[in-house]
Design a protein around this ligand. Structure first.
Ligand SMILES: [Fe+2]
Ligand SMILES: [Fe+2]
Length: 282
């Protein structure tokens, strides 16, 4: 653990380790082991791998060579559910726990005067003003709706209305937690994006990647909102909130001039409240 008066945060979305490791590639090659040893909290913000129930154990075995897994927290992106069920959360939580990793789907982490509100978020498909058309387009072309099943509904394929419902639930949870009084700084960490600027204007699939949560952001003014999913470098300030993309992305994304930036370790000033361990609340 760092002894400096800062809390060192590393958020990694879209590691997609199954696209890197079989080729002997390291998506964290911009961070030295000395850098990573200084990290106090690492949040894996979705798309760690496809097929989480099969591949998360290998992902954690690889990560533990670079990071102390006792400092790592994880929640799912859309890809983690591939070849599995949208209702596999308990299985994912058990795999994380077996590796000493915190599972923080719709959970908050409190540490040293900071709180981190974590959830996948999904999207409301409303970004371009034609919600049902956007759901139709997403259902027609996105792998989310081919490669994920809903166990509780007879193992049928996942469908956009289901993920829109999940978005409503995650958004309501965030709104409620953001409204809870907290004496320190709040950082929101989601997989899907919270603002229209996070996607290209008019992109027909943009509504599957981002929702317009400007009202929520301006009302509750979290210090920072970190997201992924888009694999696209982006940083903007909305009201008092810094919004930043922490996608790592796949190897081929590094050749894309609009591709992701490599997420850096963020030094957050501590406020004199020194919780000895991460305190997680579901
Ligand atoms: Fe991704
Ligand atoms: Fe994603």
């Amino acid at each position: 653990m760092s002894t400096s008066p800062t809390l060192r945060l590393l958020v990694l979305a879209d590691l997609h380790l199954d696209r890197w490791l079989p080729h002997g590639l390291d998506p964290l090659d911009h961070l030295s082991n000395e850098d990573l040893a200084q990290v106090d909290i690492c949040i894996l913000a979705g798309d760690l791998t496809d097929k989480a129930t099969i591949r998360w154990p290998g992902a954690f075995d690889w990560l533990c060579r670079r990071l102390d897994l006792g400092r790592v927290h994880v929640f799912e992106g859309n890809h983690d559910y591939y070849a599995g069920r949208i209702d596999d959360g308990e299985r994912h939580a058990a795999i994380a726990a077996a590796h000493g990793v915190g599972y923080v789907q719709r959970s908050e982490i409190v540490r040293d005067g900071h709180r981190f509100l974590c959830c996948t978020l999904w999207s409301d498909f409303a970004l371009n003003g034609e919600r049902f058309g956007a759901m139709y387009d997403a259902g027609r072309v996105m792998n989310d709706y081919r490669r994920v099943r809903v166990g509780a509904e007879g193992y049928r394929k996942l469908y956009p209305e289901y993920t829109a419902r999940l978005h409503s639930e995650h958004r309501a949870w965030l709104a409620q937690r953001l409204a809870d009084p907290f004496g320190g700084e709040t950082t929101v960490v989601t997989h899907h994006a919270p603002h229209p600027s996070c996607v290209s204007p008019g992109d027909p699939l943009g509504p599957a990647y981002a929702s317009d949560l400007t009202h929520l952001i301006e009302e509750h003014r979290p210090a920072c909102w970190i997201y992924g999913h888009t694999h696209r470098a982006h940083r903007i300030t909305v009201g008092d909130t810094e919004i930043v993309c922490a996608s790592v992305g796949r190897p081929q994304d590094r050749d894309d001039p609009d591709g992701p930036a490599r997420p850096a370790i963020i030094d957050l000033p501590t406020t004199g409240r020194h919780d000895t361990e991460d305190d997680c609340h579901g």
